[in-house]
Design a binder for this molecule. Structure first.
Ligand code: CDP
Length: 719
């Protein structure tokens, strides 16, 4: 054992609390009060994991039960137990967008209105490779190196510099390296106490210090996602056109607001909740509450609360269609934004770049055999069997910036690419983003190969080292392709323009007389007079025109003019066992549109993984708390993660509607399946039981929940 570190020790350095990304503050180690079950209480430093475990076992904490509040509605009541001594109440923020009065009036006068309370419970990334750090303080050079599991290394470097400035640490002496970190999914954006403790311990002891969570610690104490309680109301006229939408949300953030949203958007991009539908009146508001739980609200494979928004609108649209006795596909087709309406200004202020929703849904319906399934459903229903079909036609919103609206802790959201072409025509490209298995090494190289004609396997892609990569905001919220992907295109084009000048010099021709073709410039009218990119690269270092800077490289910071709006239509078909309540997913079809597809195989992989991560919260995963604040779902005995055995088979396909503002028309894709998936399952299951009187079931839709409903409606089989 080397040392024990307590909150009191950290307090001496002003480090017992740290700022969160949402300008709140979070305990690194407590001094006298813990805020939730499984909170870190002391740091034990030892020279081996075993010794550290012995040290942990030797720690004795004298806990005294204190009143807690775990229900966010109760937390917001006057006189509730206060979670934070430094705050006046448990109310963190109120946020609203849209026209409240107009929405109230339109809903009041609508021919049909449907209301539902929809809850999306806490879930967790449940990392296989957990969060960790190796902090190495070099006292001689006053230099700090942090090897850490972060999705945003540059932002971390700046934050570390800002919060440790008073200790003499300066940004040029901080190097953050994010190596292969396992999956991120939003859970590796926040700063966790373990990172700070390891760093402080390295500074104090002068030794390199490693911290790594085990999977239980990761599951119980890291940031959570969702926990949104939504009261939704949707109106339609007598012809079945949507008139207005209102959603009032209570967001449970745990004991601090440590979500990772852009500063201006405390509820993330929730205002995409008008979805794929054309109507002009909407209002949404959210109130966030402190409760005695770990911090929550990370964008778990979701572009900041879009999964919640998408679930709300897709469930409400389905309820409305059923209420009207209409086929949910027909209802959607009537209400979709039409292709000619793009760019489309939504009721809550977003400008959708492009879309073709009718085609995506038609393709999904053809692929699954929708009309035949509906016939089969009717026949089965007559035999007393339960079968359901659910649709989700979602619109995503990804690619933050533009920097005029998006920042994290004041750091503007753009992204970057630095490309260097070496004399032999090979290249290295570095980015401000950070792949966590999404395959940037492949797709960025493909983008540059396409623009410069250098074979992709001659292009080395690097990310994640703040000493070498250009500044960027990292990878989460499917932002890499819309931002750094675009920077790669623009940077490569800058290089091509310089290459044109060098080729003109070599060919003794005018710049304007040169034509670019795949990997070379040739002289207009004389295709045999040409110089390949490799010849040009060599000349850039050996024979460049006098007066021109030598070398062939570029750095490009891309600030997107708008977000991109990928979309898709998913259809799920389920059978329900009346004896057990077990739901079997018979077929699931996913049609995704992410604009221009850079690498279809990678997209396929993203969609397969994302759909499995949608199936998980729809059918299995949740973390609950009892009224004393005890956690249920803190181990893999009761936090049900799907394995290959439970996961359905996915049938995937796509349409291509390029983004008009991205330089190659690409939109993000990584999160679409997670955003669009859950309501497809929920809609299918409710569809199977609507005729019994079931209107809504909160996810996860477990067999016991279904069986209870079947029993309530008198159709559960006894044996
Ligand atoms: O930010 P993140 O990398 O998680 O998400 P993304 O931009 O949606 O990209 C995920 C992966 O899919 C990357 O390797 C992209 O290059 C690839 N992709 C693609 O091949 N074509 C697209 N239109 C979008 C993404």
């Amino acid at each position: 054992m080397i040392a024990f570190l307590t909150g009191k020790d950290l307090e001496k350095y002003g480090l017992s609390w740290m700022p969160t990304l949402m300008s709140d503050k979070q305990m690194v180690l407590p001094i006298d009060t813990v805020k939730y079950q499984a909170q870190e209480v002391v740091g034990v430093l030892a020279s081996s994991r075993y010794a550290a475990a012995d040290g942990v076992a030797a720690v004795e904490i004298d806990y005294e039960p204190l009143p807690v509040v775990v229900n966010p509605y109760k937390a917001l009541e006057a006189g509730s137990t206060k979670v934070r001594d430094d705050k006046d109440s448990n109310h963190i923020w109120h946020w609203e967008v849209g026209d409240r009065a107009a929405t109230d009036a339109v809903l009041k006068n609508s021919h049909t209105t449907v209301r539902e309370h929809i809850y999306i419970p806490r879930i967790h990334v449940a990392s296989m490779e957990t969060c960790g750090i190796v902090a190495k303080w070099d006292a001689i050079n006053k230099h700090l190196t942090l090897y850490m599991t972060t999705q945003a290394p540059h932002a971390i470097r700046t934050v570390v510099a800002l919060i440790t400035g008073h200790l003499g640490l300066s940004e040029e002496n901080i190097r953050v390296i994010s190596p292969d970190i396992g999956g991120g999914f939003g859970g590796k954006v926040p700063v966790y106490p373990g990172y700070v403790i390891a760093t402080a311990a390295s500074v104090v002891t002068g030794l390199p210090v490693k911290w790594i969570e085990d999977r239980s610690e990761n599951l119980q104490a890291d940031s959570f996602a969702r926990d949104y309680h939504m009261d939704c109301e949707l109106g339609a006229d007598k012809d079945g056109r949507i008139t207005a939408l209102r959603i009032k949300t209570v967001a449970d953030h745990g004991y601090t607001d440590a979500a990772a949203n852009p500063s201006k958007y405390p509820a993330g991009m929730f205002s995409i909740c008008t979805g794929s539908y054309d109507f002009q009146t909407a209002f949404t508001e959210a109130d966030a509450a402190y409760t005695n739980k770990p911090p929550g609200g990370v964008a778990y494979r979701c572009s900041f609360r879009v999964t919640e928004a998408s679930h709300a609108i897709e469930r409400m649209v389905d309820i409305m269609a059923h209420e009207r006795g209409e086929d949910p596909a027909d209802f959607r087709m009537r209400n979709f934004i039409k292709p000619e309406q793009f760019p489309y200004k939504s009721a809550l202020g977003w400008e959708y770049d492009s879309g073709n929703y009718h085609v995506a849904l038609t393709k999904a319906m053809d692929l699954i055999g929708y009309r035949e399934l509906r016939k089969e459903q009717l026949e089965k229903r007559q035999r007393g069997e339960l079968m359901g079909i659910g649709i989700s036609s979602f619109t995503e919103i990804v690619g933050a910036g533009p920097s005029k609206d998006f920042d994290i802790l004041g750091i503007k959201m753009f992204d970057s690419a630095e490309i260097r072409v070496h004399p032999t025509g090979k290249a290295i490209a570095r980015f401000g983003t950070k792949s966590q298995g999404q395959g940037h090494e492949t797709t960025y190289a493909q983008i540059i190969a396409e623009e410069l004609g250098i074979p992709a396997d001659h292009i080395k892609v690097e990310e994640g080292d703040t000493d070498t990569a250009p500044y960027g905001l990292g990878t989460y919220a499917s932002r890499s392709t819309p931002t750094a992907g675009a920077a790669a295109v623009m940077g490569a084009r800058k290089i091509r323009e310089k290459a044109r000048k060098i080729a003109a010099h070599l060919l003794e021709a005018a710049d304007d007389d040169l034509i670019w073709d795949t990997n070379k410039f040739y002289v207009k009218g004389s295709p045999d007079k040409s110089k390949t990119i490799q010849e040009i690269a060599f000349a850039a270092y050996t024979n460049h025109p006098q007066g021109m800077e030598a070398g062939l490289e570029s750095t490009f910071y891309y600030d997107p003019p708008n977000l991109t709006f990928p979309f898709g239509s998913y259809i799920c078909c389920v059978d329900i066992d009346r004896g057990t309540g077990q739901v079997s997913i018979r077929k699931f079809v996913a049609i995704d549109d992410c604009g221009t597809r850079i690498n279809p195989m990678i997209i396929e992989g993203q969609v397969h993984g994302g759909l499995t991560m949608a199936f998980a919260p729809a059918m299995m995963e949740q973390i609950q708390y009892d009224s004393d604040g005890n956690m249920y779902g803190g181990t893999f005995m009761d936090y049900m993660v799907p394995t290959a055995v439970e996961s359905p088979k996915w049938i995937t396909g796509g349409t291509v509607t390029p983004s008009p503002h991205h330089p190659i028309g690409a939109k993000g894709v990584g999160e679409s399946p997670n955003v669009g998936g859950p309501p497809a399952f929920a809609n299918a299951i409710v569809d199977a039981m609507w005729h019994l009187g079931v209107r809504h079931i909160d996810i996860p839709i477990t067999a016991d929940k279904v069986w209870m409903l079947l029993n309530k409606h008198g159709v559960a089989l006894a044996e």
